[in-house]
Design a binder for this molecule. Structure first.
Ligand code: 3H9
Length: 684
């Protein structure tokens, strides 16, 4: 292996280069090289100052995550950072790209930091279930202030170079050539003594009101729910205000080790690689080139069509949006503008950017306008006949090589493709609502979908900042298909004696953002309803028949006040009791464990069926769908990883316990049974 660290002299400034693609992760060879070159620079009398810089697309993006869980190789990153800080000659970090985690800590070990305007600095360790473990929790608040450090470490969100500059984390923003200016900067500061060391500063951590920590937690309660890493980050940053640097670092080390040994960190680190693996398409050669997408067409300006369009507009891709009548078109584009304006009000985009995005939108009532588009996404309501009609028309209008996509959440892409003369150009692009916000995109691969169409969809997903997962054609694809057994069992449980509140509570305590009935009320109880109030075959039918369609009607499985605050409903309980009596279902005490087994174990079983039928490429893709599409707690790694952690034999035992209650239509996944029997796992 070639040495990733080298150095070169510019006058009396030594540049230490890291060249460790793709992201200059601080693996063992990088750490060893950094110490070696710092020592060499110190020993060389002709060197007066040092610049640390990285080749390729970014400054160090952190510790090498692939080394976690393996036997440690010396030196440790904290020792490397100390060694840099203790260098007797000034060291300047020259930052471009992202200085993240250990990378930000290396920068903090340097005496000075300069950065290009596009650089970002951050502590994303919390996303890996960790905390900055190379002195970052102690140097960070000393340099940037406690509040900013707390926010960076507990949210994991990076800050811009200009924010970092305002906070004192970056000493100078460099316009022009980074290295040339970094060397000039090093030359400017080479004689200043004593050297400014982050560890020796105390001005920003003394006189801090300890109440700010409780306050922060109160204001960000969601961040801390069920997740141990944000709390550990808060505790260590608080320690910077309570103890001297050396003690603080020892405390940080202890907390880092505790987190690293925990289940949650393992789950999150698994998920880091799962997310990246999802972008890879089995059976498609790397040489397949994506098609060029210069303009996107969207059919339907409803909530979905509008949200989908916004993704492309925000990425600078022009969109032609087509509706049936002027009212619907005006309403749809009006909502898009309102959404952009509210983002601007929150300071997340400028008025000018709002204008730019909306300027790329071409609203139209003429279907023929879609002929100029390279990708056309149909986003009308779920009805096979309607979709077939649209695709037949599209086939006659779209230019050669255009990709024809459906945003269907359940329907058969092969059947939709069959009405066109170009099924190889047809693909499913299942966005999740609200489509401009939710990160997940299921890319549905039809039997005849061409490889380059898939490659284009995956690349485009990255452009519009979505995480894409390839799914095969089946009812509900990956996510919604797994929702079906959960919903079915949740409703059966109501008849048998559980309440909506009990089922939802179990799910929320598990870590989901909401339970199945809260979700039904939010999405609309009437979704998929047959619209015949006389035909009552389920509790849902009964609720829909009396106008209890969920939050939008002020009543669903719960009653809602004017502020959409839910409370248990006597009426719903009556409906449940009547329904149970009519169907001869006897009420009994339902335990929380039974709710887990009936609603979550059955989901795992469905996930295993999806895998064995080849409708998902890998178990980790299913986890990505559930974490990004439905808010499965990332610190539990997704349903398949979680099942592995529980033990597949435990899952099977639980299902066996419930077997008789699951219903005649329910069946085991053979893959689950086989893996449990063999002591195997889905994800490892
Ligand atoms: C830490 O620093 C702990 C310390 O505080 C204390 C230690 C004692 N390691 O994301 P991409 C790979 S914890 C190893 O698609 P992008 C990634 O798997 C660390 N590998 O690129 C992928 O591989 P492949 C704190 C890494 O341009 C390839 O690089 N730091 C690492 O969309 C490209 O990645 C973080 O958490 C790594 N650290 O985004 C930062 N990072 O091609 C994590 C990436 O085989 N990284 N890879 O699939 C990121 O957030 C993004 O990768 C980044 C680039 C924004 C840098």
């Amino acid at each position: 292996m070639t040495d990733p660290i080298s150095s070169e002299k510019h006058g009396d400034v030594q540049i230490i280069w890291s060249d460790n693609p793709p992201v200059n992760a601080l693996g063992a060879a990088v750490r060893q090289g950094l110490v070696r070159e710092i020592e060499a620079a110190e020993a060389d009398d002709s060197v007066q100052a040092v610049v640390i810089a990285c080749k390729g697309r970014t400054f160090f993006a952190g510790a090498d995550i692939s080394e976690f869980g393996k036997p440690p190789v010396m030196p440790w990153l904290p020792d490397v950072v100390d060694r840099i800080e203790n260098c007797t000659k000034p060291v300047v970090a020259a930052i471009h790209g992202t200085a993240l985690g250990g990378g930000c800590e290396v920068a903090l070990g340097c005496h000075y930091r300069v950065a290009v305007p596009s650089a970002k600095l951050g502590f994303p360790e919390v996303n890996l279930g960790l905390l900055p473990g190379a002195g970052g929790t102690q140097r960070g608040p000393r340099v940037a202030g406690v509040e900013l450090a707390l926010q960076m470490a507990t949210t994991g969100k990076p800050i811009s170079a200009s924010q970092a500059h305002d906070a004192g984390l970056v000493d100078r923003i460099i316009e022009g050539d980074l290295i040339e200016h970094a060397v000039a900067y090093a030359d400017e500061v080479k004689d200043i003594r004593p050297l400014p060391k982050s560890s020796e500063r105390d001005d920003k951590v003394t006189d801090v009101d300890p109440a700010i920590f409780d306050e922060y937690k109160k204001n960000n309660a969601k961040l801390f729910r069920g997740d141990v890493a944000p709390q550990a980050n808060l505790d260590t940053i608080k320690a910077a205000t309570e103890m001297p640097f050396d003690k603080g670092v020892m405390f940080e080390r202890q907390k880092f080790m505790e987190l690293m040994a925990g289940q949650q960190a393992r789950a999150r680190q698994y998920f880091f690689f799962a997310e990246r693996k999802a972008a890879k398409i089995d059976g498609v050669d790397d040489s397949v080139q994506p098609r060029d997408i210069k303009r996107v067409g969207v059919i339907g300006a409803g909530t979905m069509g509008g949200g989908i369009s916004m993704n492309f507009l925000s990425a600078g891709i022009p969109v032609t949006i087509v509706e049936m009548n002027q009212d619907a078109l005006d309403r749809g584009t009006g909502i898009m503008l309102k959404n952009y304006q509210s983002t601007a009000k929150k300071g997340r985009m400028t008025e000018e950017q709002v204008g730019q995005a909306m300027g790329l939108l071409k609203p139209s009532l003429n279907f023929d306008d879609l002929s100029e588009c390279d990708l056309i996404i149909e986003a009308v309501y779920e009805n096979m006949d309607v979709k077939k009609e649209i695709f037949t028309r599209l086939d006659g209008i779209a230019k050669d090589g255009a990709i024809l996509a459906s945003n269907t959440s359940y329907l058969d892409i092969n059947e939709i493709a069959s009405v066109t003369k170009r099924p190889e150009d047809v693909v499913g692009l299942h966005f999740f609502s609200p489509a401009n916000i939710m990160k997940l995109l299921e890319v549905v691969r039809g039997d005849k979908t061409a490889d380059d169409v898939l490659v284009t969809a995956m690349k485009l997903a990255k452009t519009i900042r979505k995480v894409a997962v390839v799914a095969g054609v089946c009812y509900g694809f990956i996510g919604n298909r797994m929702l079906i057994p959960r919903q079915l069992q949740a409703e059966k449980l109501l008849l048998e004696g559980a309440t909506p509140q009990q089922v939802d509570k179990v799910h929320v305590e598990f870590g989901m953002p909401m339970g199945p009935f809260q979700m039904a009320d939010l999405a609309g109880v009437d979704i998929g309803w047959h619209r015949d109030p006389e035909r009552i075959e389920s509790i849902r039918d009964a609720l829909c028949a009396i106008d209890r369609w969920g939050q939008k009607k002020g009543a669903g499985f719960y009653d809602y006040d004017d502020n959409r605050r839910p409370s248990p409903s006597e009426k719903v309980q009556e409906i449940i009791d009547d329904f149970a009596a009519k169907h001869g279902v006897e009420k009994r005490e339902i335990s929380d464990q039974e709710i887990i087994e009936r609603t979550l174990y059955t989901m795992v079983n469905e996930g295993a069926k999806i895998l064995e039928e080849g409708k998902a490429q890998r178990a980790s893709d299913i986890d990505v769908v559930w974490i990004y599409g439905y808010g499965w707690p990332v610190y539990k790694g997704g349903p398949m990883y979680w099942a592995d952690s529980e033990g597949l034999d435990t899952i099977v035992e639980g299902l066996k316990r419930q077997e008789e209650r699951l219903g005649d239509d329910w069946s085991y996944s053979q893959l689950l049974l086989d893996k449990a029997e063999a002591g195997e796992k889905f994800t490892r």
